[in-house]
Design a protein around this ligand. Structure first.
Ligand code: HEC
Length: 144
């Protein structure tokens, strides 16, 4: 019986070491997927609403936005070349153009047509625009 004491103590000691080591390892190697649950999630919902509420609010905001406001969002991809206020830069100045001028030009570029010497710079930008995007962009540029 006496010769069992040392192995048992060693075993308990080994388990303690193992437990400490792996409790640390567990946190690092497998972060919990549900890091925000319970009180954390309740706080998030109180501050931001549920995901469904957020989506509904975004849809309502989009539905009530004017064409110029929607165009402004699309215009983010044009700013680098035409300037934040349509003042021009790499591309020509757009400010001061009316909506029909803008939509005619964009439709031509969308169809791969050549207008000026640098039309190929507009083809990639115009290609992804829907007819509604073009109308909205035209309304936005006219409002500048
Ligand atoms: C990579 C730079 C670049 C980007 C991005 C770009 N454009 Fe242009 N844009 C140009 C250049 C260069 C021209 C002149 C093309 C030509 O010679 O026909 C031009 C021409 C135009 C014209 C015709 C202007 C005129 O007076 O004839 C319009 C309208 C226009 N761009 C609108 C847009 C809109 C709207 C976007 C965003 C969806 C956009 N562009 C993105 C460079 C760019």
């Amino acid at each position: 019986m006496k010769n069992l004491v040392l192995p048992v103590i060693s075993l308990v000691f080994a388990f303690v070491i193992f437990d400490i080591a792996y409790s640390e390892l567990d946190v690092k190697a497998r972060p919990s997927v549900h890091t925000c649950s319970g009180e954390c999630y309740e706080n998030y919902v109180a501050a931001n609403g549920t995901i469904v509420e957020q989506q509904r609010a975004a849809a309502e905001a989009a539905a009530s936005a004017s064409p110029a406001e929607l165009g402004q969002q699309v215009y983010a991809s044009c700013q680098a070349c035409h300037g934040a206020g349509g003042e021009g830069g790499i591309g020509p100045q757009l400010q001061g153009r009316d909506a029909s001028y803008i939509s005619t030009a964009l439709t031509a570029y969308k169809n791969g047509e050549t207008r000026g010497a640098q039309s190929q710079m507009m083809w990639p930008s115009a290609q992804g625009l829907s007819a509604r995007d073009i109308d909205n962009l035209a309304a936005f540029v006219e409002s500048l």
